[in-house]
Design a binder for this molecule. Sequence first.
Ligand code: ATP
Ligand code: MG
Length: 573
Amino acid sequence: MTNRNSESQGIQSQEARTASNFLHDIIAEDVRTRKYGDALVQTRFPPEPNGYLHIGHAKAICLDFGLADEFGGKTNLRFDDTNPEKEEQEYVDSIQRDVRWLGFEWDRLCYASDYFPQLYEWALELIKAGKAYVDDLSADQIRQYRGTLTEPGKDSPFRNRTVEENLDLFVRMKSGEFPDGSRVLRAKIDMTSPNLNMRDPVMYRILHATHHRTGDEWCIYPMYDYAHGQSDSIEHVTHSMCTLEFTDHQPLYRWYIEQLGIFPSQQIEFDRLNITYTLLSKRKLLQLVQEKHVHGWDDPRMPTLSAFRRRGFTPEAIRTFSTSTGVSRTNGITDIEMLEHFQRDDLNRRVNRAMAVLRPLKLVIDNYPAGQEEFVEVANNPEDPAAGTRQVPFSGEIYMEQDDFREVPPPKYYRLSPGKEVRLRNAYFITAQSVVKDATGSIVAVHCTYDPASRGGNSPDGRKVKSTIHWVSTAHAISAEIRLYDKLFLKPDPNDVEEGGSVLDNLNPNSLEVLADAKLEPSLANAKLEDRFQFERVGYFCVDSDSTPDHMVFNRTLPLKDTWAKIEKKSEA
Ligand code: ATP
Ligand code: MG
């Protein structure tokens, strides 16, 4: 992976990328020249069901569905399920759920495995045309014979088998006569091609494995390159968009289609999305799950779409982010702060505010009438008057954040300290008077007085306070568990490891902090799964799937601080 650009360069290249969407231009030109006649633009999103979708896939999904939609075309969801050992129904189900959650609906739901019979027929056709042969070399030998970038390969001793012999052996491969790895079917192209992918690539391997859909029907499975282009062709895909690592495979993609004389799908490559501090490889994410470095694929620290959903991210923000990263013909790296910025922007506009005290400290208002309680009226969302108001109970004993009080305030500390006055949000001005400590010397309560004339948080006589703090009435508070998340990896590039090391070395040991007994305002008792809020001054939160009415659990989606906005300002200056 490349080094991260300086932040301002990141933004400039961002704009350049969005301005020239070459994928859009290619499709527009094909439509204009009627390259595919009357056929509609047809795309596909082709995940392998070997893991959960991650945010990198969101970019591909937005392109595949978005571009087809722009041109009045259609998009299939196709499972590229040709590796039975790694694929599972759980992944097939999660992928469909996640594509829909992101806001897209496919035209046809397809599986490469549905094409196994057709792919097999085409393989027979290529054998008959003298363009494919059965090879008995071992995998190691095939590698040796393939040569390198600087040395041509050499022909396998089995390359010149007769058509009859190849047909006989291939049919017997399919009928299960031979053990795994003993033979393969290869395309007969050119062992001296400068492109290693064209040096007689393997088309089929023997694998006695149970497939999640076809069961034990097949014991030979097509390789990615042989399956992918032909699957595109079967579905009349006009524009098959994939990531840059397949660029060198494009000649092979075209070779199969040309030899078979089938629908001429075309492959177009774009850059893979990379994000700082984020691992985007299903294989490596699977390792994190299997070795229990996280609590499953949807652990809110993961970069999977399921995890983002659980953490409180919205499909709208992920789509905005995905399209804003643009497309390019070279791989780059995008700052995670950019995604967080779009997410805050979206949540700020639409979620209701609430008060929650994460690390409670008791505050007793000595001059508040004993036994009295009242309600203060609070706007649900200052950004959206239509969201209305609610009544929040107030009383003479409330919780405040431990962080909002210092017995001995450091310089520039404007929150509460003995003798200082602050505003309780939407309620009253208070002045701290004294503290109560336990036997160990920890502060267990702060005593203060309030000014009844400051009701609503308004200054009665023009006097100013330097800060406003949030609170929850102790008698009305509900308790909840709160989970705070930090980056899962400590390095901008999690793959940046010492020789012999692994990404695990870069895991952040403090990526999860659990606060067992936070205090929330009572209106939150009605919050339902995935409901989202801004807890004033502390961040955006949502109800977690572990939450029950007796034990509520909230995830912090993001803290309020928007570092991206700062980065953006700096680069504008
Ligand atoms: P991984 O290495 O995480 O398994 P993959 O490319 O093997 O990724 P597939 O299931 O084969 O995953 O991908 C389905 C589609 O999503 C492909 O077209 C692939 O190019 C695209 N895709 C995967 N990762 C990214 C990414 N980081 N950015 C953009 N597109 C991606
Ligand atoms: Mg893959």
